[in-house]
Structures are given as C-alpha cells and as structure tokens.
Design a protein around this ligand. Structure first.
Ligand code: SF4
Ligand code: SF4
Length: 302
C-alpha cells in the first residue's frame, strides 16, 4: 500500500465536509479543471509556487536565492518567470513576508494521521471525523486507501469527497473504509459538462448509480454557477436523476462565491469567470424548488 502522497492542506474544524467537526485532508491532483474551481492549486499533482503580490515587501531575498533566476525586481515590480521555476521551495522558505508559499508537499500516512488525531476530542464530541478532499482523492488511490484504512483503525468516521471521475474499481476499493461519500454533480449534459470541467460526465453518472446500488450513504453536492450550470433543463435533469437514487441522505446546492479569484493570481493561472456575480437567494430557492418538484424531500436539501 502506498504510504506517501501529495497534499496541499489539512483543514481543522471543518464543518461543511460531512457530519460534525471534521479534519479535512486536501490531496493534490485532479483530472477535472472546472472553470470555477475554488482550489486551483489542487489541479496539478506537482507542488507549485504561490505568490501574493500585495504581501511582497521587495526585500530581494528570493532574487538572491533562486538558483534558476526565476525572480526579478523590475522598476519596483516583482516578476516571476514560472517557466524557469522548479518548485524547489527555497525562495518560499525564506520569504518572511509570507508573499511566497509552496502548495503541495509529500507526506507519509502516519504524519497525516498524527495531525488528524489531534482533533479526536472534537470528532468524538461532535460525531465528526476525517474527510478526504482535493483535488480528487481517487487520483491518489493507494494513498487515499491507506489514509482511510488508518482512520478506520483509529475508529474515526470517514468521508470521501469525489468528482466520481475514475474507474469504478477505484471507488469500489475505497468503499469498505468509507462511511460517507460526498459526490459532486456539475452538469447533466455531457457536452456542457466537458466544456465546463474538461471531462465528459458519462463515467461520473454511471459511477453514481453503481455507488447508490451498494447502499453506501451519499451526500450530493451541486455547485450553482450563474450562467454556467443554473439553467432549468439542467435542474430538471438533476431532479430526474435524484428521484431514482435511494441512498442520498443530503443534497447541497453550493452557491458560487468569488473567494478563489485571488488564488488564481497567486498561482499564475487565468481565471475564466472573472467578475461573475454570485447567485441571489431567490435564484437558489428557485433551483431548490425544481428539485423538490421532482420529488426530492425538502428535509434533504441544504
Ligand atoms: S522574499 Fe518575499 S518579500 Fe522578499 S522580494 Fe521575494 S517575495 Fe517579496
Ligand atoms: S521555488 Fe525554487 S526554483 Fe522556483 S522560484 Fe523559488 S527558488 Fe526558484
């Protein structure tokens, strides 16, 4: 079993990634590239350098340190040649202003579990546990399996947050060690799904039906992205699909927000949805209503 993997964060006291208070481990690497991804630093499997210009005090440490000459201060402006960066992390280590950070580090299962188990009292008192998120945990199958097994050995509740875009056998292998699957649905139309996320949705929908037939508890998560996947036909198709599933304990419609915009700048990535306005409460309510018209119980909707 794979005892090491790449993560980019461990979030303590998470309250939106399953029941109770949770410790969420974010794995790096995802086969999707959703236009609205709020963790753009999770997409690449490789560690990467993040730079926040407003924090830079122009000390020049990184310029002197980088063996590849990737940093330059030009007319008071900090310029990074990302093509030259080998993600060694040397500049970030000495940037005391916190303008440079590395996203992604190799860790061992035991190291992660030590950190997760620091929250054990909160897990126990709240009915919480450990959640694997990302990125896509199925993209690091062996590491995810080892983490879930270790958590179960410690008696923790485990949740797996997945896009479902992986061969069924990978998901199936993790299920005996997973108490809850958080399953994302982005769009029901295959072409729109591919345009929005970079991959088609047939495998995702097929895996969801298989998952449902195993009896595993499922929470469905649907991002609500104005102008991208909030149209009536999509919600009618979602409602139709949900009406045929038997083990869905919760459906969450996640309102788009703009908090991730600055992360794209830090990672040197283009943000395709710049300026997009989050949906109103009325819009959210009208989407909920469509799902309920297809028979979804209000008590399951969040
Ligand atoms: S080390 Fe940090 S604060 Fe100093 S110039 Fe580089 S990015 Fe700016
Ligand atoms: S991470 Fe390493 S290679 Fe990349 S800019 Fe910093 S010092 Fe240079």
């Amino acid at each position: 079993m794979q005892r090491t993997g790449t993560i980019f964060d461990i979030k303590h006291f998470a309250v939106h990634d399953g029941p109770g208070i949770r410790t969420t481990v974010f794995l790096k690497g995802c086969p999707l590239s959703c236009l609205w991804c709020h963790n753009p630093e999770s997409i690449s499997r490789q560690p990467q350098l993040l730079f926040t210009p407003r924090k830079c005090i122009g000390c020049g440490y990184c310029v002197d340190t980088c063996p590849r000459g990737a940093h330059k201060l030009v007319d008071g402006r900090h310029v990074i040649d990302r093509e030259s960066c080998a993600a060694c992390g040397a500049c970030a280590e000495g940037c005391y202003a916190g303008a440079l950070e590395m996203a992604g580090r190799q860790v061992a299962v035991d190291e992660v579990m030590d950190e997760v188990l620091r929250d054990r009292t909160f897990h126990t008192n709240s009915g919480g546990g450990m959640t694997l998120s990302g990125g896509e945990p199925l993209a690091q199958r062996g590491f995810s399996l080892a983490l879930l097994r270790a958590a179960k050995t410690e008696g923790l509740h485990t949740a797996l947050d997945t896009s479902g875009f992986a061969p069924w056998e990978l998901l199936e292998e993790l299920l005996p060690h997973t108490d809850l699957v958080l399953y994302d649905l982005k769009h029901m139309d295959p072409e729109r799904h591919a345009a929005l996320t970079g991959v088609p949705n047939e495998l995702i929908l097929d895996n969801l039906c298989r998952l449902d037939s195993t009896g595993s508890p499922i929470w469905i998560r649907i991002p609500l992205i104005p102008g991208q996947n909030d149209d009536d036909p999509n919600y009618h198709s979602l409602g139709e699909l949900l009406s045929h599933l038997e083990n869905v304990d919760r459906v969450e419609i996640l309102k788009y927000h703009r908090l991730a915009e600055s992360k794209y700048e830090s990672a040197g990535m283009e943000y395709a949805l710049k300026g997009l306005v989050p949906p109103s409460s009325e819009e959210l309510e009208s989407r909920r209503q469509i799902l309920m018209n297809h028979g979804l119980k209000e008590s399951l909707l969040r």
